[in-house]
Design a protein around this ligand. Structure first.
Ligand SMILES: [Mg+2]
Length: 187
């Protein structure tokens, strides 16, 4: 399944920082909530392995990657650590201040930032970035302003689809894959 909608080359080439929301983007729009026998709160999330490879591919292509979530969770911290990406977990979905700090830290402009989003907690940031992307099952206010929409829902390959589309538009996709395979083809 390939998305007929490509990301415009000009917009793709400008991007230096890619922000991913977590719940509903890197996961399905659902969480597993429970507790241990000791009564300790437990929250589990299901992350897609191919999405994870996609995020790594962005890094290999020289892009900065950050997770920004409005729902703090240990599961998210563990996944971010596994992937080696920075992760900002803010309370009450107040994402804009943390993204402003990120932009300053990485010395980029709003036009050089892309975001993959799914719902209204993302809008304060999404409205400002240069490349607005949405998962298939994003809510209407997000879809209304999206420059690009995945054919897959959040947590089911949308992030990988976005990573591939971004790298393809930047003419980096084949190189990233070939470098990866080449490095693993040595005896
Ligand atoms: Mg979300």
């Amino acid at each position: 399944m390939s998305n007929p909608a490509s990301i415009p080359t000009e917009a793709a080439n400008r991007i230096k920082l890619v922000i991913f929301d977590v719940d509903g983007v890197l996961t399905e729009a659902g969480i597993f909530v429970g507790s241990t026998m000791d009564g300790e709160h437990l929250e589990l999330k299901r992350f897609d392995i191919q999405d994870g490879v996609g995020l790594k591919m962005l890094i290999w292509a020289g892009l900065k990657v950050a997770l920004v979530t409005g729902r703090p969770s240990q599961a998210t911290a563990i996944r971010a650590q596994e992937l080696g990406v920075e992760c900002h977990q803010v309370v009450d979905a107040r994402k804009l201040p943390v993204v402003k700090d990120l932009i300053e830290k990485h010395a980029v402009d709003w036009e050089e930032v892309a975001m993959l989003a799914d719902d209204i907690p993302d809008l304060s940031v999404l409205r400002r970035v240069g490349l607005k992307a949405a998962v298939l099952n994003a809510t209407e206010p997000v879809l209304d302003i999206a420059d690009w929409v995945a054919l897959r829902p959040g947590g089911r390959g949308a992030a990988r689809e976005f990573c591939d589309a971004l790298l393809r538009a930047r003419s980096q996709l084949d190189d990233v894959i070939e470098t990866y395979v080449e490095e693993r083809s040595q005896p």
